[in-house]
Design a protein around this ligand. Sequence first.
Ligand code: PMP
Length: 312
Amino acid sequence: MNTTVDSRAQIKFVSQNNQLVPYADAKISIMAPGLTFGALVFEGYRAYWNEEKQDLFIFRLEEHMRRLEFSMDLLELDNPPSIETFTNDILATLKANAFREDTYIRLQVYVDDWGSMLATGPVGSSVICRPRPRVTDFSTGKQFVVSSWRRNAENASPPRIKAAANYLNSRMAGLEAKRQGAGGAILLNEDGTVSEGPGGCLFIMRDGVFITPDVTSGILESVTRRTILEFAASAGVETVERTVGRTELYLAEEAFYCGTGQEIMPITGFDGRLVGDGAPGPATRKLQAAFDEIVRGRNASYDDWLTPVYND
Ligand code: PMP
């Protein structure tokens, strides 16, 4: 079963190796180390349609590009294209498809062609943009379970970088949660403290303060998580980064999952124990509302976080 909506029919062009091509013409070698050995790093961005301004705004493009840079660095790729080139690829792909709705962008950089596990080139890249509305769980929330799988360790397969290889661990946890009928998983790290979920970070509230595991807890350095830490105070919500123990999940007054895909998605229970009264909490709602204003370009204080696509 495939849970991602198939929007191929709406995609006119993708970009591969910095050229626009029809989706069906984008190809990768079956001997590519990016495929067999997971020598691939990627980024996922959202672009939000603003009806009043008749423009699409890419959210925190620069921050995603900074993460891409250190992901590529760790893979020791041979002379990958510059961030400027990738930015142009994204803008060109969005424009070529003329999307006028919320869109998800995936940029992938990988070792292509014919090579061994240690090959560092030739480097290929791709950009695909597709319509992606907000997840319905944004309003209702979901129940999560603590996975029996541990988050891949910093000294094994570093979760800090957005590498395809890390998503084996995510897949194991995600499939296990699904078999159990849960809406999502939370992974503990090798120290046994809370890290994150298969595709998003976590905030839990205790004593009125939202706590999120710190960047040495075995997490991806999430752009959404950082964004929330930066704007929450302006929405009247207190946050802190620190190590989180498993039992704190069960004591949480509110909780949410966050990431580019999920944005801010309420968590209503952990392991069958309700968070608060089992409904999305008021501070979570406040953050969602403030976040929505920011990403839609309705809060001028954060306009720097938006990259216009059509009226640049
Ligand atoms: N953790 C993991 C493992 C992820 O895949 C994602 C999604 N990119 C996140 C966290 C959230 O990161 P971001 O806010 O940058 O999308």
